[in-house]
Design a protein around this ligand. Sequence first.
Ligand SMILES: [Fe+2]
Length: 350
Amino acid sequence: MRVLLLTDTHNELAIINELAFSERIDACIHCGDFGFYDGESPDRLTQRELQLRIRHSDLPRDLRKRSYEMGREQALEVIRTHKMLEGFVPYLSGQSRFSVPVYAVWGNHDDHQVIRKLINGTYQVPNLHLLHENNAPFLGNTRIALLGVGGNFYLEGDKLFASEYTGHGGTIRASWLQYARLIEQFKHLQQTQSPRATIFVSHVSPAKSEARLIERICLVLGIDLSVSGHMDPPICHAYSLFAICEPQEVVGRSQAAFETLCRRWEQERETSGLSAKEQAWIEDSLRALDIPDMAEPERGKRAPVGSFEDHYYKTQFINLADTPEGWAILEVEAEALTLHTRSRFPLRSV
Ligand SMILES: [Fe+2]
């Protein structure tokens, strides 16, 4: 089975079927900033969000450069004239169809009201499967489970322990409760369905600042492959923690964020408004992530299978370049995953 890994299509969705054809793809995993907009989305977007969409478009340069000077009405007119947020509309109406199953999380730049309608079934798009904290589908007919949380993640603000993702004006952020629920989901999956492997799909890169809590989740759970987007790097980066840091550094990378998370939960638990079950998920997640520093492994000795040290070697991460600058192909075989990255980056002198 050949799986396309891509991200940040930002409404340019035709490339999914084009790559599915040219790369002989059987399924697709998308890391968000998909272009989840409907016909009414432009009216819901904030002025800033409209400006950003113009700024990062392929419209003529002078128009892009002027985007931050545009008022809301002017920006809306540009968006509508150039049909900039309409890429998903034909998939919603049934006029277009994804040629292969697409498993996707949403990004921080998607319309939360469209996400809501996709989750509650008001919108139905054949071959599109949204990944979120309440599901964990297998990839096609494989035994590989997919876990996912979309949106941005940061520790500031009053929505850290919201009961679900929160969105406003075209932006979406994840709540810690979603990650806590996902950890719970993973445990349940292991006990009941024994997946062969697990792929975690995140919009934000687990290697960056506060999102390193996601990196810690991947290592604690022993995720096989983490796929993410959002960063717009010039090439697709594939790495393991073993490749980029020393054993003694691994826990420290996320420790400050973890301590902030614990402190905030301590302060906000009583007023969070979460149910007893939801509070228990959060507390279980904090216990699961409260791990000691990793010791220097003994020379020539392998870490016990399934240990945190083992995951330090074996959990693989890939942060994708924005489409169409880069994507990756994952070949799924019975005993192994093979990763091919495709990146095109201009030379400095060009
Ligand atoms: Fe993003």
